[in-house]
Ligand binder design. Structure first.
Ligand SMILES: C[S@@+](CC[C@H](N)C(=O)[O-])C[C@H]1O[C@@H](n2cnc3c(N)ncnc32)[C@H](O)[C@@H]1O
Length: 253
């Protein structure tokens, strides 16, 4: 009986030690799990606009949004070609369309960057991602890759993107500091961030814009600079948009 107890204790310690080693050495995913868990337990930025994306989360069908985003009455859609020209994309560039929605820009971006380039179409809404995948297949856009991201992170590889494009999306960021700093990480040094959003001016803008859009251009510029960007174009020379502005930033490097 005594010998049995003496044998059992060291054996149990050995087995426990062995299991611990296997987790550390044989399963690298476990290590990532641990750091991800640590990251999620850090206090999260407080949502600046709870519920702003509920209409996408609860959507019945994508077609309603296609009609809303891709109609001639929308300035962004009418001027989509001039918007893409303004970006000055080069063949071989990698562009990330963050908050890509129905993917109205994907075909234009795909053509602009060519077969050596890459288009990341990034969104938090699975139905939009599925829709963009179907369109990319239908139109043979082999350089378009979709990314289902998180509300507080664009989930793109670090230093991988030449141009990050966020059109009508900044005011949908619930966690603007975290999302913007994740864009900063994803950009290559010297990479550009292009922001298009509604002009929001008290006393001038439509009531819908005043109610829906969290803040105006000056505050957006300050928030983005606070995440490490330099303002390179304040949009004052853009003359083809009346309801929206285009501003550009650069990741120093
Ligand atoms: C008004 S739509 C604009 C869609 C498209 N950019 C356009 O101009 O047609 C806003 C989009 O942002 C997405 N979105 C909201 N929060 C986001 C976030 N934190 N990261 C990425 N996409 C987000 C929504 O799912 C939605 O597709």
């Amino acid at each position: 009986m005594l010998w049995r107890r003496n044998w059992f204790l060291p054996a149990a310690v050995l087995i426990a030690w062995g299991v611990g080693c296997a987790n550390r050495n044989d399963a690298p995913g476990e290590g990532r799990e641990t750091s991800a868990t640590a990251a999620t337990t850090a206090p999260r930025e407080k949502s600046v606009n709870p519920g702003i994306n509920d209409s996408y989360k609860n959507m019945k069908d994508v077609e309603t949004w296609v009609q809303r985003f891709e109609g001639e009455s929308r300035e962004i859609y009418r001027e989509r070609r001039r918007i893409v020209e303004t970006l000055g994309l080069e063949p071989g560039d990698t562009i990330a369309d963050i908050g890509a929605g129905t993917g109205l820009f994907e075909k234009l971006f795909s053509e602009a960057v060519g077969p050596r380039g890459r288009v990341f179409a990034v969104d938090i809404t699975p139905k939009f991602i599925q829709h963009i995948n179907e369109r990319a297949r239908k139109f043979g856009l082999a350089n378009v890759q979709t990314v289902l991201c998180k509300e507080d992170s664009v989930e793109l590889p670090p230093n991988s993107v030449d141009v990050a494009f966020i059109c009508d999306v900044y005011h949908h960021f619930e966690y603007p500091k975290s999302s913007t700093s994740s864009i900063h990480r994803a950009l290559k040094p010297g990479g550009r961030l292009v922001v298009i959003d509604f002009e929001r001016v008290e006393g001038t803008s439509r009531d819908w814009i005043l109610g829906h859009v969290r803040t105006g251009k000056d505050a957006v510029v300050s928030e983005i600079i606070a995440q490490g960007f330099e303002l390179t174009d304040d949009g004052s020379k853009t003359d083809f948009l009346s309801e929206n502005y285009i501003i550009q930033f650069r990741k120093p490097g």
